[in-house]
Design a protein around this ligand. Structure first.
Ligand SMILES: NC(=O)c1ccc[n+]([C@@H]2O[C@H](COP(=O)([O-])OP(=O)(O)OC[C@H]3O[C@@H](n4cnc5c(N)ncnc54)[C@H](O)[C@@H]3O)[C@@H](O)[C@H]2O)c1
Length: 345
């Protein structure tokens, strides 16, 4: 029997991208740049699909079924369409025997998200969700460092994700559109969902009365979380801060840099109690910059090939959605709310 002893070769797949909008174009580019084969772009706005297909030397299709009937059978699809279409498209793709990476939020309601997770289980197919920040090297660094106890015991985890009002507002406010990124990161670092969420915020400028600013407090029990999110800030800030009992760590999602501050206290001089000898040490950690979308694709393809869960699988998507909905309920009830966490079948 021949035993292959060469270098590990990552698996590759035949992948179709559904949705030729902002995110679909990015996914198509990343698939094309990878070892995988981009076998088609699907969009009912055919001109959009053709434009992206031309860019990456592949075919354009007007519907998922046309892609499935195409000359080359896909093994997986990436669904980057408006959130309200995720449920139907993902269930049709799983039914056709495909693995699926669907953009976040997984769906517009919990029962639909749950049906998607159950269907993937029944079909024995990988379902991954586009919680891209889990694949950000600075989040991977924080997760590993916390697990190793590098900063001592975590006490609070807080994030700031603010920027200008987006050019085009979808049918959801800032909590479901961008806040859900940090809800997922804090769940990831805390090791599970919060027991309860309290949030304040509201509408200042966004059309349709959608919430354009919100502050969330997430109680994980062993650690406390805080998420600040708004569309009312004239510059883009994407930060994560870890307050631990041995260090303060500030992570920049965009720069993929972590700054670790530690304080050491010298001996007190009884003759000068005003001078407390404190020394602060600042360590700047610049991570090897990698595109999180590419790491997300590699994780998805490896999960499909190995059968292991994706780093952000369907359950993770369902959980993040449940916590986001609890935050939205709290925004209107003015009370702390518990996430509706249903056991998946
Ligand atoms: N991970 C991230 O950082 C991130 C960033 C932006 C958007 N998103 C998510 O990505 C998804 C898409 O957002 P976008 O900004 O790319 O939207 P978009 O409006 O730019 O593009 C959506 C595209 O989907 C197409 N479409 C609609 N119905 C379709 C169908 N049935 N089959 C195929 N194509 C269809 C539309 O014609 C459009 O071209 C949303 O769920 C959004 O929340 C994620």
């Amino acid at each position: 029997m021949d035993v292959y002893i060469g270098p590990w070769v990552p698996p590759s797949m035949r992948i179709g991208v559904v949705g030729a909008g902002v995110m679909g174009r990015n996914h198509a580019r990343v698939v094309h740049q990878s070892r995988n084969t981009l076998i088609g772009i699907v969009d009912p706005v055919l001109e959009g699909a053709r434009e992206v297909a031309r860019l990456h030397g592949t075919e354009a299709y007007g519907s998922l079924e046309e892609l499935l009937d195409g000359p080359v059978a896909p093994e997986a699809v990436i669904v980057a369409t408006p959130t309200e279409t995720h449920g139907d498209l993902v269930l049709r793709a799983l039914d056709a025997g495909l693995h699926v990476l669907v953009e976040k939020p997984i769906a517009t309601d919990i029962p639909t998200a749950r049906r998607m997770v159950d269907a993937a289980k029944d079909a024995r197919r990988t379902l991954a969700v586009g919680h891209i920040e889990r694949h950000n090297p600075v989040v991977a660094f924080a997760k590993k460092a916390l697990a190793e106890g590098r900063f001592g015991k975590p006490i609070t985890l807080s994030t700031r994700r603010v920027s200008n009002l987006p050019g085009r507002i979808r049918d959801v406010g800032c909590v479901l559109d961008i806040g859900i990124h940090d809800i997922d990161v804090l769940d990831h670092l805390a090791g599970g969902p919060p027991k309860r969420v309290f949030s304040v915020g509201g509408n200042h400028a966004a059309k349709g009365g959608l919430e354009d600013h919100a502050n969330l407090l997430l109680d994980y029990g062993h650690v406390k979380g805080a998420v600040e999110v708004n569309w009312l800030t004239p510059r883009k800030v994407r930060k994560l801060a870890l307050t631990c009992d041995e260090a303060f760590v500030e992570c920049d999602y965009i720069e993929q840099v972590a700054e670790v501050s530690r304080t050491t206290f010298g001996a007190l001089d009884p003759g000068d109690l005003y001078q407390v000898p404190v020394q602060t040490h600042l360590e700047r950690i610049e991570l090897i910059k990698e595109e999180p979308l590419r790491r997300e694709l590699d994780d998805f393809v490896d999960a499909c090939a190995s059968g292991r869960p994706a780093l952000a699988d369907g359950e993770v998507g369902l959980q993040a959605l449940a916590v986001a909905f609890a935050a939205l309920r709290s925004l209107s009830s003015g009370r702390p709310e518990e996430p509706e966490l249903l056991e998946v079948a």
